[in-house]
Design a protein around this ligand. Structure first.
Ligand code: CA
Length: 220
């Protein structure tokens, strides 16, 4: 899952980036409205964390433009207590949720999971495909009820594939799900994670469609 963080307070931004990356998200961070808009027009994100008070404008304008071009990406507003009025405006403009600073990281991450789940159209917190079960909250994974340990990157790749079973994801799309801008990507990183996953997920096939990408196969 790839997140965009638009936040001008360097300490908050740093803290959020570290925590979210530790939780397995790919995170891109920008510190002003201009950077936010440039990122949103150039990349596909699974969720946006949006501060409202930015040095060169309001996060509300970013939100307005985003929804005006019918971009449905979930937006979670993070803002200071004294901008509560803006929060209401933000929700009316199409934000999906908000948190007032300071907030507990645990709660922020839980709300992120709710928004991602809603976007995927899942009522259950678990992501299920064939006999595989993946739990984004605890980062646990099982095949046929047996727990299997996955690395953070393997988890991210499998989550992306299981989120859209039957859809073919290109190598680039998978890279974008698991690496932020400032992370070095080895040229065969996705292939490597896929080959590791294949050893772990038993008869649940990940098919490589040459020149197109990867897809999870339905079990016969
Ligand atoms: Ca701010």
């Amino acid at each position: 899952m790839r997140l965009l963080l638009i936040e001008d307070d360097p300490m908050i931004a740093e803290e959020l980036c570290v925590a979210l990356r530790q939780s397995g998200y790919a995170v891109d961070a920008v510190c002003d409205a201009r950077g936010g808009e440039a990122s949103l027009t150039g990349h596909a994100y699974d969720l946006v964390l949006l501060d409202l008070g930015l040095p060169d404008g309001s996060g509300l304008d970013i939100l307005k433009k985003l929804r005006a071009r019918r971009d449905q990406v979930p937006v979670l507003v993070i803002t200071a207590q004294d901008t509560l009025k803006d929060v209401v405006t933000g929700l009316d403009l199409g934000a999906d949720d908000y948190m007032i600073k300071p907030f507990a990281l645990e709660e922020l991450e839980a709300r992120i999971r709710v928004l991602l789940r809603r976007r995927e159209g899942r009522a259950s917190p678990l992501v299920v495909w064939n006999d595989m079960e993946l739990d984004p909250a605890t980062h646990s994974f099982s095949v046929g009820g047996a727990p299997i340990v996955l690395s953070a990157r393997e988890f991210a790749v499998l989550y992306a594939l299981m989120e859209k079973p039957g859809a073919v994801l290109s190598r680039q799309a998978l890279e974008e799900k698991i690496y932020g801008w400032n992370e070095e990507v080895e040229s065969n990183a996705v292939e490597y994670h896929i080959s590791q996953l294949r050893k772990k997920i038993g008869g649940n096939g990940i098919r490589n469609i040459r020149g197109v990408g990867y897809v999870l196969e339905k079990k016969a």
